[in-house]
Design a protein around this ligand. Structure first.
Ligand SMILES: [Zn+2]
Length: 272
């Protein structure tokens, strides 16, 4: 399931392949992923524009669709394409003679006949047109991005909410971008048991948790979210049945916390 690091990779991929080209048309192969916009409306509003830049917030990717050619005089209302990758979403840029991926739901065609496909096997992804990113974030009540948040803000959010620390890190309304897998990694690195009541974390614990959040997300991006390249000291490659703690080699345990299956080492991650 794409979390912040994966969506950041999609952003970079889109930036390196699909910006500044005239959108000559688009094909909606499955309208299920469209939110609050019809296939016809999506095509009508995007045709003739070009993707200018993109912005990621948490697990959402926003792509600005500007005029083509750029026209400072003829200012149309700003338009953003919002992409959410659900459970299996991804992007694929293909040449005109290449075959589309099987699960391509929406395909954007550029003037040179290259295409950008929004691929999503399980169809939990979302595509929407919005006028203003900040307004969207506010309406959705999304918290600050997990890589943008300051230590001070992080401490205020995590330390002041009741409940298991894992549930708080997963709550997109509090901090946006972290999902089930990376939360487990962050808590493992910070040596905090996922069920720890957040209010019991000391100032030092919160600082360690903040540093672990930054480190894990940034490192995952630097490794291009390739799970085969993750350091041996990480929990993720060991996560699962018969998995052993990479630190103390004891058997890992699992429990449902915050509604999700959590893996942790009960020895290294003491409940505070
Ligand atoms: Zn351990």
């Amino acid at each position: 399931m794409p979390e912040l690091p994966e969506v950041e990779m999609f952003k970079r991929y889109l930036d390196s392949t699909s910006l500044h080209q005239r959108i000559s048309g688009l094909e909606v192969r499955d309208a299920y992923v469209l939110k609050r916009v019809s296939a016809r409306e999506l095509a009508r509003r995007l045709k003739g524009r070009r993707f200018e830049n993109s912005h990621r917030h948490g697990k959402h990717l926003f792509v600005r669709a500007g005029d083509d050619p750029p026209s400072p005089r003829l200012r149309r209302a700003s338009l953003w394409l919002r992409l959410h990758f659900g459970m299996t979403g991804s992007l694929e840029y293909i040449d005109h003679d290449e075959v589309l991926p099987k699960a391509a739901r929406v395909v954007f065609r550029f003037a040179d006949n290259c295409r950008l496909a929004f691929d999503d096997q399980r169809k939990f992804g979302e595509i929407e047109l919005i006028g203003d990113v900040d307004e969207f974030l506010q309406t959705r009540g999304l918290g600050p991005d997990a890589l943008e948040i300051s230590l001070c803000h992080f401490k205020a959010i995590v330390g002041k909410h009741r409940g298991a620390v894992k549930a708080i890190l997963l709550n997109q309304q509090l901090i946006a971008g972290i999902g089930n897998l990376y939360t487990d990694e962050i808590l493992f690195r910070a040596r905090v048991h996922p069920a720890t009541e957040a209010a019991r974390l000391s100032d030092k614990d919160l600082r360690r948790l903040f540093r672990a959040t930054r480190y894990v997300l940034e490192r995952a991006i630097a490794l291009k979210t390739d799970f085969n390249r993750l350091p041996k000291s990480w929990l993720l490659p060991c996560r699962g049945k018969r998995g052993r703690c990479p630190r103390c080699t004891r058997a890992l345990q699992s429990a449902t916390i915050g509604g999700r299956t959590s893996w942790f080492c009960a020895h290294c991650q003491k409940r505070i």
